[in-house]
Design a protein around this ligand. Sequence first.
Ligand code: BGC
Length: 458
Amino acid sequence: MIYYVAAIAGIAGFLFGFDEGVIAGALHLLRGEFTISPFSEGLMTAAVPLGALVGAVLAGRTTETYGRRALLLAAAVLFAIGALFSAGATTIWMLTAARLLLGLAVGIAAMVAPLYISESAPAEKRGMLVSIYQLAITLGILGAYLVDFVFAESWRLMFAMGVVPAIALLVGMYRMGDTPRWLALQGRTEEARLAIGRIRELSPRDPAVDAELAGIRRAAEQRTRPATWADLLSPTVRPALVVGMGLFFLQQLSGINAVIYYAPTVFKESGFDSTSTQILATVGIGIVNVAMTFVGMYLIDRIGRRRLLFIGFAGTALSLGMIAIAAMTDAEALDLLATIGLVLYVAAFAASIGPLPWVMMSEIFPLKVRSLGMSVASLANWAFNFLVVFSFPMLVTSFGLGGVFALYAAVCAAGLIFTHLLVPETAGVSLEDIERHLESGKPLRALAAATPPRLVTA
Ligand code: BGC
């Protein structure tokens, strides 16, 4: 049963990545068919993160009333409608509207799917299942690039292919129940009992089911009032908010989605002349992104969060610097430098700055403000994602690719300072110890000193 939960997580993550990546191969065809200014190109491309911002806000409120399952079903329907509308669009504005719908679905799924997993998964498998979701995002990006490659002549077919994973989510989710925790919060105790039995593959009268149900009900009763903004901004929680939002600011302003959404354009500027080699190189980027996510998952508990972040920011700053230099000087010999830079950049990102903000946002907030803190941090992710994707075509027109990548390199260099001064080491520290540390009023950064992390060295 738990594998069904993992599969749902996988499909939702895949759709997230697919709808981020698919535009990459479609842009040059769209530019040929419609008259697009840098402004309308930026807006149409960034309509996905913009819609996602709205979707995340809406989902945060409605999932408590309607449940996780209903919202994931709604997201699946929106994914399918959005894909069909994008495929059938006859003007750039219709396409922008269709992508807003897709974004809405992405925002809902990106918030509710991890919630669905964490409320259904047994504690010891939770980390693994959340990682599957992460990995699925990168697989979705790769899937989109492959679709771009296969249907290289038709942007309509590229977008239409998004219907396939949407239907998989719809059918998969239709067969699932809601989470035991949500059912218990609604006072639907008997249904919660049946849900636990189903997920654990036990009889609903099994003592293990009784124990789990009692735990969920106890936690539900202890929930006195929903957390407020004032709680989030209180002196003990504020440092966690700064780290959570700050890491997403750095992740997005490192320029990753300028690459993910516009990769073939970047390859074109770096000297790849034919469209097919640009898309093929883009598929290569997708593969590096998936492969290095595995490396990140392997390293994160072994060398710790801070060390991995330092490596990531140093690697991205250097590689972005390489691309900037290559793009500023027109010498053809430097085209290879730009390509190597791009591969190194995606590798450094995927192993570090990609997964780390998501992992840390689930660790640093005290329990009573955890869900509010996480939703504010993920809103920051969408807002900065929108900013980068929207501004990229206009910034390239004004400053050239070299100028824009130099800017992203400077942000990554600032990430080193941010990590040094503010980011705590949470590897091997229990969530309760992190919470106790925050409440003691000591600087969050000093966490490692107060409670030495038990780093896995083997
Ligand atoms: C980021 C996305 C990005 C993806 C690339 C994620 O961690 O939040 O914005 O597109 O990584 O793999």
